[in-house]
Design a protein around this ligand. Structure first.
Ligand SMILES: [Zn+2]
Length: 250
C-alpha cells in the first residue's frame, strides 16, 4: 500500500453510499483513475463533509492497493475551479464536452503528460477566453494528434495532391482523411468540407497553445471544422458523445 500524489482534474462522479462517492480523475502522473472518496459528499453543508466538484483541478493524495483498480482518495487540495466556466453556460458546455472526450478517449492508468497539459491549458483557455470555440476545436485536433488518431488533412489520401488550391474536399472517417473531387467517386459516405476550413483545422493542430488567444476564426469556418470533427469522433468512439449536442458556435 502506498500513498501517491498528483495533479488531477475531475471528469465524473457518482454516489456510492450516503457519505461516499466514486470520482473519476484524469491525472498528470497516472492517467485516468477511479477513486472512492469516503466522507466527501456533493452537498457539503448538509452533511458537514468535504466536496469534490466536476471540472476542477486538485492536488490529490490517494492510496493505491494491490489487486484493485479502485483507489482510495484521502485528500484533495483545490488548485483551480475555473469560476468563469461556472458563470457562463456556453463555456460550461464546452468544458463538459472536452471532459467527456478525455473520459472516452483514455484508458485507465495510461499516463500521457502532454495530453494532461493540453487538457489543463484548454480548461484555463476556455475559462479566460472570449473565443472559446477556437479553444474547443484546437483541443479536439491536438487530442487526436497526441493520442494517435489525427486524420490526413494536408493532401488527398488517394492522389496525394495538396488540398491548398482545392475548393471542397470529402472527409471520410473510415479512410482517415480527405479526398479531392477526382478521387471521391468510389467513396459513398463522409462529409463535404470547404478545403479552406480543412487548411485552418490543420494549422490548429500545431499552433502553440499559448498563442491560441491571438487566433481568430470566422464562426462559419468553426462550424465546418466542428462538423467534420464531430463526425470523425463519433466514428472513432462508435457513438455520439452526450454533451456535444449542447455546443454552439457564436
Ligand atoms: Zn485525389
Amino acid at each position: 500500500m502506498s500513498v501517491l500524489k498528483t495533479e488531477a482534474i475531475t471528469l465524473g462522479r457518482t454516489d456510492y453510499s450516503d457519505s461516499s462517492q466514486i470520482i473519476v480523475f484524469y491525472t498528470r502522473d497516472y492517467g485516468k483513475i477511479h477513486t472512492i472518496a469516503k466522507g466527501f459528499k456533493r452537498n457539503s453543508k448538509k452533511y458537514g463533509t468535504k466536496t469534490i466538484d466536476l471540472l476542477t483541478c486538485y492536488q490529490i493524495l490517494f492510496i493505491k492497493k494491490e489487486h484493485s483498480s479502485l483507489y482510495t482518495l484521502t485528500e484533495a487540495i483545490l488548485q483551480n475551479n475555473y469560476q468563469p466556466v461556472r458563470n457562463d453556460l456556453d463555456k460550461y458546455y464546452k468544458a463538459s464536452y472536452i471532459a467527456e472526450l478525455v473520459k472516452e478517449f483514455t484508458e485507465e492508468n495510461d499516463t500521457n503528460k502532454p495530453f494532461f497539459d493540453i487538457f489543463l491549458d484548454t480548461l484555463t483557455g476556455i475559462s479566460n477566453s472570449t473565443n472559446s470555440a477556437v479553444w474547443l476545436l484546437s483541443f479536439e485536433l491536438k487530442m487526436l494528434k497526441v493520442l494517435g488518431y489525427l486524420p490526413e488533412l494536408r493532401s488527398c489520401i488517394n492522389c496525394k495532391n495538396s488540398i491548398q488550391l482545392m475548393r471542397e474536399v470529402l472527409f471520410n472517417a473510415k479512410e482517415g482523411g480527405v479526398l479531392c473531387e477526382l478521387c471521391q467517386s468510389n467513396i459513398r459516405n463522409g462529409v463535404v468540407v470547404p478545403a479552406g476550413a480543412v487548411v485552418i483545422a490543420n494549422k490548429l493542430v500545431d499552433v502553440n497553445i499559448h498563442r491560441l488567444e491571438r487566433v481568430k476564426i470566422q464562426s462559419s469556418i468553426c462550424i465546418e471544422i466542428e462538423k467534420m470533427l464531430r463526425y470523425y469522433i463519433t466514428y472513432i468512439l462508435s457513438k455520439e458523445t452526450n454533451s456535444c449536442k449542447y455546443i454552439t458556435f457564436r
